[in-house]
Design a protein around this ligand. Structure first.
Ligand code: BG6
Ligand code: MG
Length: 225
């Protein structure tokens, strides 16, 4: 008999909407102000990483490292978040990435549960702006996660809250750290992006348009054998 998953856990930034770009622009502005050079290539390793860990990685890029106190670091991260909030101010449902609405619709119709597993403390606000909140049975609160991606906690927290075995879950991610987190959670990982970063995904598509619900179910089923 065909094996079906019981829960789909979606990443937000870079999967549901292209806020990954806004995170990059926010960090880039802060880094420029600190005299630190970052580029899009470096940014790949910030994807999926929580706010304070991202800041630490950026500060490590400095050619003249400065010791910041914890308070100063919180100030820097808050400054970046201010830039980010300005950028997401005008987000609306037209910013949902191609294919995602159909995927969520098919997921909902199937009766398979839906959760959001984002590292972002702004996740609920963005889901509301995109008018997608109604699709979700559970939204992980990033503020309650002790160990960020690539640790599996973000994904296991969603499954545990809904009482679903980890092996019965699918996690959809655009970040290398995110795919690693899904794999370490013992879940089926769907990567969205290029092979250079996401070769460790159980099933990989190039972009969100290629995310097709029935296809993901088939790939999940194949993996069980
Ligand atoms: C992740 C993004 O989803 O959330 C990261 O991929 C971001 O780039 C992280 O830094 C934390 O987001 P926020 O909104 O809490 O600063
Ligand atoms: Mg992401």
């Amino acid at each position: 008999m065909r094996q079906s998953p019981k829960l789909f856990i979606y990443d937000l930034d870079g999967v549901i909407t292209d806020t990954a770009e806004f995170h990059y622009l926010g960090w880039k502005k802060l880094a420029d102000e600190l005299g630190i050079t970052i580029d899009r290539h470096f940014n790949e390793q910030l994807k999926g990483i929580n706010r304070m860990d991202s800041l630490d990685r950026i500060l490590e890029q400095s050619t003249s490292p400065t010791e910041f106190s914890e308070e100063e670091k919180i100030g820097l991260a808050t400054r970046k978040n201010g830039y980010y909030l300005e950028l997401i101010e005008s987000i609306d449902p037209s910013h949902i990435l191609p294919g995602i609405k159909d995927l969520l619709e098919a997921n909902k119709q199937s009766g398979i549960k839906i959760a959001l597993g984002s590292a972002s403390k702004n996740a609920s606000r963005i889901l509301d702006k995109l008018e997608l909140t109604g699709y979700f049975d559970y939204v992980v609160n990033a503020a309650e996660i002790t160990n960020g991606k690539p640790d599996p906690e973000t994904f296991t927290a969603a499954a545990d809250a809904l009482g679903i075995a980890h092996a019965d879950c699918v996690g959809i991610e655009d970040a290398a750290a995110g795919v690693e987190a899904v794999n370490r959670a013992g879940m089926f990982s769907v990567g969205v992006g290029d092979e250079a970063h996401l070769a460790h995904a159980d099933y990989l598509v190039e972009n969100t348009q290629q995310l097709e619900f029935q296809q993901i179910l088939q790939e999940f089923d194949k993996k069980q054998k």
